[in-house]
Unconditional design. Structure first.
Length: 210
């Protein structure tokens, strides 16, 4: 047992510090989810690894009555967190990825619900006490939000962002997973393609008029 002032880690670090593929994947996740550092990815990896380990153990002991109870509890918990659908089984737990955990973080949900303009701004609003869950201020971006709590995420009662005229408050618009996962570079390329198409149409119109 260590000193209570220095608690032990709740995540496993990579087996090797220099792995190009892993480093590139982690960098992409940090950019996509607006994470502070790679430790948050390692925490998600550890959670998924523990769930898979438990699912394999329950699958091996499927004939045991206690294993059936633990299976129902595990699936109910993951469904409550929004990581699995209602009629999912243990085989679905084995296919889970860290993205399933990162999607349920409070920071991600604040961005998806349109309470912030960017996923990084979502983290800032949470840390500064502008976001509440069920009326209670939440200051931890990494909280895993349940499906019931997801519906009650809003600006905190004392936040200045409750005013529609606040300059930091984004416009009301729907956010989807596809919008969040779409790379910024892809959006820029699409914008350039649209501009080229519009310019070409204008030139053709001028030629027709002549």
């Amino acid at each position: 047992m260590g000193h209570p002032k220095f608690p032990s880690k709740h995540y496993d670090t990579p087996s090797h510090p220099w792995q190009k593929v892993r480093i590139e994947e982690e960098s992409g996740l940090i950019h996509q989810y607006g994470l502070k550092n790679k430790r948050e990815i390692w925490r998600a990896n550890t959670k998924v690894r523990e769930m898979r380990r438990q699912a394999r153990k329950l699958t091996a002991n499927s004939s045991d009555e206690q294993a059936q109870k633990e299976k129902n509890l595990l699936l109910a918990k993951l469904n409550r967190l929004g990581m699995l659908e209602q009629n999912s089984g243990l085989e679905d737990v084995l296919t889970m990825t860290p993205e399933n955990v990162l999607d349920r973080r409070l920071q991600t949900q604040v961005y998806l619900q349109g309470l912030s303009s960017t996923v990084k701004q979502a983290r800032q609003l949470i840390v500064h006490g502008h976001i509440s869950i069920d009326g209670a201020v939440a200051r931890v971006p990494g909280i895993l939000v349940t499906k019931l709590q997801e519906k009650n995420i809003a600006y905190s009662p004392t936040s200045a962002l409750n005013s529609d005229l606040h300059p930091v408050r984004p416009g009301i618009q729907e956010k989807t997973d596809d919008e969040m996962e779409e790379p910024i570079e892809k959006k820029v390329d699409e914008k350039k393609a649209e501009d080229k198409t519009e310019s070409k149409q204008v030139e053709e119109t001028k030629v027709e008029k002549k």
